[in-house]
Design a protein around this ligand. Structure first.
Ligand code: AHR
Length: 832
């Protein structure tokens, strides 16, 4: 249905081609890589064998396992001195990813050992005792949820293997389909003199399967030690050895990244410093790399190492960004800090990393790079000092690192971690850039497209190093993508300040989603871009040289006020008591009516006489009398047990599903608080956030909530920690710019509403306007839609020619769409 048919009013958009806005930096769009969700191993990195070096059961120093949980070494969180109680995923399999196929369980057995290690740095190997080989014994590797073997494809095997001298059989390698059909088979050329063999073989597949496995097959009794088994497709990106999956790398190339951030992310810091990502250990022979237990719950091989990352940057024309550790463990995990006398070690390590990329062959690490195969320097341009660190210790260390790196490498751009809601860059001497992160719901992005308009200019640039809409959008749907498109529009408009941005996380292997929303999904044989991927791609492909101003950047709608509704109490993962509850209206304070409740979920003890309540974990209760207008709710709260804090409800519907909820003391750290909007039982946006003191057990807290239709304020022990004035919720956004390379005006429009966005667009001070031009649009039937492996291109940019452009033209933007108009035209001053 068109706008004229529905007689909808048109929004007048005026774009003045002579009104030049900020330039948009060519560095704007980049990518952020981290070993999370098997993004590297089982993702971008083309290795097909999982646990190829048998190092996967190695724990970080001082850690131990209890069942399927890994418990870190007890270290003090450096900001508070507390030792946090944390545990992480642990694989209980004796030899992860490997199994034996034999006549019966007595015929052959396997065990991980450190006997006569081939490499000291990766000392484990698998010892096989074969007693009965009357039926061949197969050592099977399942790959990363299978291996994709393609008929006619060549696969490069490398195995480091040793047999006892009394082994008189052969060793062959086989690729097997899931049902056991042999897809390829070769006999390995090994000596059976007890020495290590480092053998290579090419296998050509005669059949195919996306869930294939690899087998080493033995046909005689004896003892075998297997140190390493690796299998790569011949067809890697740019045909690099130890390379990357071509289809996955091509998806990145499709984003035209100007930079590549590596290695993270939390892996930079580690659960404790003991398992931080160590770039030096990622160099050299892949068989000798020890790998590390990733903070995300599995051991990574270090196969996609520093060299491979730098090579990839060079291959795709991106600048590399290295993120260094400043001697701090992850502050969302254990948060340890190395002692003062060890800071120099971390600084040297960072300097060495820079030298490895940039130093000439006369330098120690430049020579190492040359020895690794690349005499010329690599394109390293950015160093981020720490990842998601904050607090006085981080700030102090940042200053030390900044000074040392700048002195030696003034050309490098150095980046400070800015944690919104915490101390900002005012605490440090100087930085080139700050890196704030946002993981939010769609309504945050819709409401905050002007966030950067008021940022201070002149001191540093902004790199939005991690951002994604990942709350209340499932695994990421079209509404998420549209909200990101709107936020990106705000970044582009502020291109003088925001010069770089990267979505996060980048990848997930679809069998290991440990972060709920990721840009690109990977299976053995498929790579899928979510709608957010196409927003990134369209934004990067249509990045103008400079902004062109328009009369409006968003379509305002009426704010939603705090309205009349029910008030209530609740607790998330905690048991809480509330007492001395009173409500003050028109200067009169009274205990509310607690003789009944409009909504009650869970076991509550109510003491009507004293106005007190206690609540079971995760439940809520709404008082029976509605409150509206101006009022103040006060009480005392006490947490008896549990991991999180308490909740208050305002303006709620009687079914407890729509209204507002204050969450106080969230996360296991208990130090986050927020005001949430709820609609029909679903979170519809975080309206205000606070990070501060943790809510402790066994203490009474004074709570006061001041409410009016236009505002709500939350006070904890007399301090205002949250406040919110209802804001308009725009769902339509416009930004425009000029692409000097091709002489085109680029207009980007987000319509996140479920109706047409009817516009009349007027191009002022524009000449030589060509009526025919390109329109690229990403649309969905509704905001909940998403791509899937079954329908990978359900939401996909469609390109068409529009022949109605002119000084004034109408355009109807479909519901749930992101559209780019490319109009050939010149600014008046250029030609006259
Ligand atoms: O992108 C996932 C994680 O989010 C990153 O590791 C970390 O930097 C942030 O908290």
């Amino acid at each position: 249905m068109s706008c004229s048919a529905t007689q909808q009013a048109k929004e007048e958009i005026v774009i003045n081609l002579q009104e030049r806005g900020a330039d948009i930096a060519p560095s704007m769009y980049g990518v952020f890589f981290e070993e999370i969700n098997h993004a590297g191993d089982g993702g971008l990195y083309a290795e097909l064998v999982q646990n190829r070096s048998f190092e996967e059961k190695e724990m970080p120093a001082g850690f131990h396992a209890e069942g399927n949980r890994l418990l870190p070494k007890p270290v003090k969180y450096h900001l508070t001195g507390e030792v946090r109680n944390r545990s992480y995923r642990w694989n209980t399999a004796e030899v992860p990813a490997w199994s034996l196929q034999r006549k019966d369980s007595l015929a052959a057995q396997m065990k991980v050992t450190e006997e006569s290690p081939k490499f000291k740095t990766a000392p484990h190997n698998l010892k096989l005792f074969i007693k009965d080989a009357s039926q061949p014994v197969r050592l099977l590797n399942e790959g990363y949820w299978g291996m994709n073997i393609v008929k006619g494809g060549n696969y490069f095997l490398r195995s480091i293997i040793r047999t006892s001298e009394d082994y008189h059989g052969t060793v062959s390698v086989k690729l097997l389909s899931e049902d056991g059909t042999v897809l390829a088979s070769e006999i390995l050329d090994i000596t059976t003199d007890g020495q290590w063999n480092d053998v290579r073989e090419t296998l050509t597949a005669v059949g195919q399967d996306t869930r294939a496995r690899l087998a080493l097959e033995f046909d005689a009794p004896g003892t075998i030690w297997v140190d390493y088994v690796s299998l790569f497709p011949e067809n890697t990106f740019n045909n690099r050895p130890n390379g990357l999956r071509r289809d996955v790398a091509d998806m990145l190339v499709g984003l035209r990244p100007s930079f590549f951030r590596w290695p993270g992310g939390c892996v930079v810091e580690g659960i404790t410093l003991d398992n931080r990502f160590e770039w030096k250990k990622t160099l050299g022979d892949p068989a000798a790399r020890p790998g590390e237990y990733s903070t995300w719950g599995y051991r990574c091989s270090y196969g996609f190492g520093y060299y491979e990352m730098l090579q990839f940057c060079e291959d795709i024309g991106a600048k590399a960004m290295y993120v260094c550790n400043v001697g701090l463990g992850c502050q969302f995990r254990m948060g340890d800090a190395c002692p003062e006398n060890e800071i120099a070690f971390y600084m040297d390590d960072c300097m060495d990393a820079i030298e490895y990329a940039l130093g000439d062959e006369t330098t120690e690490w430049g020579a190492r790079r040359a020895a690794d195969g690349h005499p010329a320097p690599f394109p390293l341009q950015y160093v981020e000092i720490g990842n998601e660190n904050w607090g006085p210790e981080y700030d102090r260390r940042f200053d030390m690192f900044y000074k040392a790196i700048k002195e030696k490498y003034p050309e490098l751009i150095l980046i400070y971690n800015e944690m919104p809601q915490r101390e900002g860059p005012s605490a440090i001497a100087k930085t080139d850039m700050i890196d704030p992160h946002w993981y939010v719901d769609p309504y945050f992005f819709f409401r905050n497209t002007t966030l950067f308009d008021s940022y201070e200019r002149g001191k540093y640039h902004v790199y939005v190093g991690e951002y994604a809409c990942n709350r209340s959008v499932g695994a990421g749907n079209m509404l998420a993508a549209l909200s990101e498109a709107a936020f990106i529009g705000g970044m582009e408009r502020n291109g003088d300040l925001v010069t770089m941005a990267s979505y996060a996380p980048l990848f997930e292997n679809c069998h290991d989603r440990s972060w709920e929303t990721n840009l690109i999904w990977i299976d053995t044989d498929q790579v899928l871009g979510r709608s957010s991927y196409y927003v990134q791609k369209m934004s990067a492909e249509n990045c103008p040289t400079y902004n062109v101003k328009s009369n409006i950047t968003m379509h305002d709608v009426e704010p939603e006020w705090f309205d009349k509704g029910y008030i209530g109490f609740g607790a998330a993962s905690a048991t809480v008591r509330f007492k001395d509850i009173k409500v003050t209206r028109n200067g009169v304070s009274e205990m509310p009516d607690m003789s009944g409740f409009v909504f009650k979920d869970g076991e509550w003890e109510v003491d009507e006489a004293s106005g007190s309540l206690s609540v079971a974990k995760g439940k809520q209760i709404l008082l029976q009398e509605p409150y509206g207008g101006d009022f103040v709710l006060e009480c005392k709260v006490y947490k008896t047990e549990g991991t999180q804090g308490f909740q208050f409800f305002l303006g709620m519907s009687a079914d407890g599903k729509t209204g507002y909820r204050y969450n106080i003391g969230m996360w296991s750290s208990n130090d986050r608080s927020e005001l949430l909007n709820l609609k029909n039982g679903k979170e519809r946006g975080v309206l205000a956030e606070y990070s501060g003191e943790a809510i402790k057990k066994g203490e009474w807290y004074d709570v006061k909530i001041v409410v009016s239709p236009l505002k709500s304020e939350f006070y904890l022990n007399g301090k205002q920690i949250l406040s919110y004035v209802p804001q308009p919720m725009p769902l339509q956004f416009i930004n425009s710019g000029y692409d000097e390379a091709v002489g085109e005006l680029v207009v980007k429009v987000v319509n996140a509403a479920d109706s047409l966005y009817c516009t009349s667009i007027c191009l002022e001070n524009a000449v030589d306007i060509v009526a025919e031009g390109k329109v690229i649009s990403l649309t969905a039937v509704d905001g909940k839609e998403e791509n899937s492996f079954e329908e990978p291109k359900k939401i996909y940019p469609e390109e068409k020619i529009f022949d109605g452009f002119g000084a004034k033209f109408d355009y109807d933007f479909p519901p749930f769409s992101y559209t780019v108009l490319r109009i050939k035209a010149k600014p008046l001053s250029d030609s006259y």
